[in-house]
Design a binder for this molecule. Structure first.
Ligand code: UGA
Length: 436
């Protein structure tokens, strides 16, 4: 079994570290945030992610998982150092990625290294970054460092499952150290997971292309939902109809308020930057973000057309999707911001786990409730923005008793329409003929 040091305890770093420990390796996760490391040592997980806490506790108890703030503690005992720090957008308008955290890691590794090592880059980085890291380490260090690009494809909310059941593992390298890296993923190789060996630049681009393709698929189905509404077609049947074609695939065909999160918007913007830099004439990639922003606006305008000023709107769901407490680039928040800017409404909100994060963004511009039906009390319109189970199971009778006007706008197409129609609700649901 290998000794691995993981730099960064965000989504990718923490989940990768914990899951690699679960596959038998000895892992130390490093972060310069003292509070976070102290919490992790006490088995407190800073993110809402199903299954992560149990796996963390199990592997700490098995002595395979440790946390530290000092790279020097483990660097020179490790076979592999995995860089999994954040690469946020530095400039929204240009899509420039902030590589400061990556660069700090590289400097730190070069400074402290006293042996040869494999450096795996898990963070999503612009094409050419790993080649540059290789050059820098060759220059700065007296030891042999082999840099490998190994992008991660886990989703928030299902991160542990995704890491443990990958569709493929992508390894971008110059061919050195294949044996050790295969050892890192031996559990997956034994289980028959496809390993894609590529050069570093291709591996880096695979990550961006995957996210952009999925974002495009979401954008496409959203446009099909709009068409369905206009012509009286049923988007669920349409998704099933096209998704059953294996060449298309059934996943990522759920229409909604647009995509959000910390990855799709950031990665598509970074790809647009690459397109501009390389002077490629790409209409498709460029249109993905534009269409998504226009979608937030379109939905906000639809809401405003259906609620008179000064009335109450209840927004159910603040996170960018179900299963996470992450509200970064959440369509729900974008819609709320639009309503606040362009209208005069009382906005009441409910989310099972995202409220605390939302408060940091919207503070007292909206009201927050821990009870869904209290959030809907007095509302003239209820908007379902996130596909939480609790939203799928809303009781129309209970809702009817607390709302002012019986209007519901289902942005995820998840409510039982018959049940609401029977209770005299006026329903608008993405991809269905208005008020069917
Ligand atoms: C995404 C990718 O799916 C992961 O493979 C990748 O590793 C990750 O980004 C990353 O780069 O770190 P994530 O952002 O967690 O994962 O969320 P997704 O489940 O992909 O959803 C993204 C957005 O698309 C959400 O706003 C979601 O509501 C929306 N979506 C997704 C739809 O509107 N419809 C769908 O059918 C699927």
């Amino acid at each position: 079994m290998l000794k691995i040091t993981v730099l960064g305890t965000g989504y990718v770093g923490l989940v990768s570290g914990v899951c690699l420990a679960e596959t038998g390796h000895h892992v130390t996760c490093i972060d310069n945030n003292n509070k976070k490391i102290a919490a992790l040592k006490a088995r407190k997980i800073p993110i809402y992610e199903e299954g992560l806490e149990a796996l963390t506790t199990k592997n700490i108890d098995l002595d395979r998982l440790k946390f530290s703030t000092n790279l020097i503690d483990t660097l020179n005992e490790s076979d592999i150092i995995m860089i999994a720090v954040g690469t946020p957008i530095a400039d929204e308008s240009t899509g420039t990625v902030n590589l400061n955290y990556i660069n700090e890691c590289v400097s730190e590794i070069a400074k402290l290294l006293s042996k040869n090592i494999i450096v795996i880059v898990k963070s999503t980085v612009p094409v050419g970054t790993c080649d540059n890291i290789q050059k820098r380490l060759d220059k700065l260090s007296n030891f042999e460092c082999v840099v490998i690009s190994n992008p991660e494809f886990l989703r928030e909310g299902t991160a542990v499952y995704d890491f443990m059941n990958p569709d493929r593992i992508v390894l971008g390298s110059d061919g050195r150290e294949k044996k050790t890296v295969n050892q890192l993923y031996s559990k997956f190789i034994e289980e028959g997971t496809k390993i894609i060996y590529a050069d570093r630049r291709t591996a880096e681009l695979i990550k961006y292309a995957s996210n952009a393709f999925l974002a495009m698929k979401v954008g496409f189905i959203n446009e099909m939902a709009d068409i369905s509404e206009k012509v009286g077609a049923d988007i669920k049947k349409l998704s099933e109809g096209i998704g059953s074609d294996k060449r298309i695939g059934s996943k990522f065909l759920n229409p909604g308020p647009g995509f959000g999160g910390s990855c799709f918007p950031k990665d598509v913007k970074a790809l647009v930057k690459l397109v501009s830099e390389t002077k490629i004439n790409s209409n498709i990639i460029k249109s993905i973000i534009k269409a998504n922003i226009e979608r937030f606006e379109k939905i906000s305008k639809d809401i405003m057309e259906n609620v008179q000023e000064c009335n109450t709107i209840a927004i159910l769901g603040l996170t960018y999707k179900a299963g996470t407490d992450d509200i970064r680039d959440s369509p729900s928040i974008e819609i709320i911001k639009y309503l606040i800017k362009h209208g005069r409404y009382k906005i009441k909100t409910y989310d099972p786990v995202g409220t605390e994060n939302c408060k940091k963004f919207l503070s007292d511009q909206v009201e927050y409730y821990v009870d869904l039906y209290k959030a809907c009390t007095g509302a003239s319109l209820v908007v379902i923005a996130t596909e939480w189970d609790v939203c799928k199971k809303i009781d129309a009778v209970k809702l009817k008793n607390v709302m002012k006007d019986l209007n519901i706008y289902d942005l995820r197409g998840i409510i039982d329409k018959e049940h609401f129609l029977k209770n005299n609700f006026k329903i608008r649901s993405i991809g269905y003929k208005q008020n069917a």
